[in-house]
Design a protein around this ligand. Sequence first.
Ligand SMILES: Cc1cc2nc3c(=O)[nH]c(=O)nc-3n(C[C@H](O)[C@H](O)[C@H](O)COP(=O)(O)OP(=O)(O)OC[C@H]3O[C@@H](n4cnc5c(N)ncnc54)[C@H](O)[C@@H]3O)c2cc1C
Length: 288
Amino acid sequence: MDKNYDVIIVGGGPAGLYAAYKIEKSFKVIIFEKDDVIGEPILCAEGISTNTLKLFFKDGDHPFIRNIYSKLKVKYKDLEANIDIPGRGLIIDRSKFEKYIANKVKEENNFEIKTGSFVVDAKVENDHVKVILENGEEYFGKILIIADGVESYLPNKVGINSVCNLVDMYSCYQQIIHDPNVKDEEIIFDFTPSVAPGGYLWVFPRGNNEANFGLGITSSLDCEKPYKLLNEYREKNYPNAKILREFPGCVSVNQLSRMYTDRVMVLGDSARAADPITGGGIDNALRR
Ligand SMILES: Cc1cc2nc3c(=O)[nH]c(=O)nc-3n(C[C@H](O)[C@H](O)[C@H](O)COP(=O)(O)OP(=O)(O)OC[C@H]3O[C@@H](n4cnc5c(N)ncnc54)[C@H](O)[C@@H]3O)c2cc1C
């Protein structure tokens, strides 16, 4: 089997998939994704703006949209702002979103996506790059795109310092809840310091009284804190909520000072490209 490619991409999230989609069809491209299924599991609140949709997915239908909300509530201590934003914000189904881009990559560009393939090492050697999979297989490329997400360590293997300081990492916890008090038309951000110290709590409506309900706070060594704070808020504000799924996660907000080296590009969360104010990273992952 020929293991030589023009472009090797590590990571089948929004950054890796969209980068592949934008590459000319005449090139030979392969994407390695460590998980067995594209878009699963998802650790995200799934919020994007309609501007992102217009910018990156102008044409066709958008089967990944869950909900379009029209009101924004922002809270800080006793202060509250309620703003009408008709048609401006979307909650997507990230799993469908990633499968949607992956289908384009496979069907329109005819590129290969190899799932269940964990890349453990990468090297730049003379006129090519080499990546090594967990099972020992080696692949060669002219260009390497690293898009392996927030836990990324491959940039360090090719000489790009991507070590993240704890202070630049936001520690998150999210629950998907169902509660009659969740309003499908309203998104909520709560910046009250006692609710989410150094960060914010979010209620992103998914439709049918379901919400991606979570918080992100400045990282500390007390790992239970986001979980504890979120549960306290839920018990007070959504006492009858049914928890459908829950998970921890992290967002890093200090972009790499260098996102490339010879034959290598680093994109999305691996480049720490999430927005430092909102923590949103989907738009930036599509952008760079
Ligand atoms: C709790 C939480 C809520 C969030 N909510 C939002 C939100 O509402 N809106 C928003 O815009 N952003 C949100 N984000 C951020 C957003 O999820 C990320 O910015 C976005 O997923 C970045 O895309 P990516 O492609 O760079 O990385 P990822 O989506 O992480 O994709 C990286 C892919 O690489 C794969 N991979 C990793 N290592 C390897 C390897 N060695 N070999 C092969 N494959 C590998 C992973 O399995 C993964 O599929 C949230 C993040 C968290 C934690």
